[in-house]
Design a protein around this ligand. Structure first.
Ligand code: SF4
Length: 96
């Protein structure tokens, strides 16, 4: 539940050379996806949140790691890996 402590400060986005908001997005997707109450929308949530991330013009993650270095809550880089696992699962479920 480390991801649940994200405060949405945006420091991760500001620090990222790609202007990626993946650590923030991953924090929200991950903490909601791990809760029993979050299961019914787990797949649609990750698809919609990543689509909105891209639609807003944020850059892609290229594993630089500046986000975790500046995150005041110490949210780990592995949170983005969890997002990617959820995204792959949602794509597989939707036949993409
Ligand atoms: S820097 Fe950390 S606490 Fe702030 S928005 Fe990004 S993930 Fe959330």
């Amino acid at each position: 539940m480390d991801a649940a402590i994200c405060i949405g400060c945006g420091a991760c986005v500001a620090a990222c050379p790609n202007g990626s908001a993946m650590l923030f997005t991953a924090s929200k997707v991950t903490h909601l996806g791990l809760l029993p109450q979050g299961q019914p929308e787990r797949h649609s949530r990750v698809l919609n949140m990543v689509a909105q991330h891209d639609a807003e013009g944020f850059g892609g993650c290229s594993n630089i790691g500046e986000c975790t270095a500046v995150c005041p809550k110490g949210i780990p880089f592995e949170t983005i890996s969890q997002l990617n696992r959820d995204l792959l699962g949602a794509w597989a479920r939707n036949g993409n």
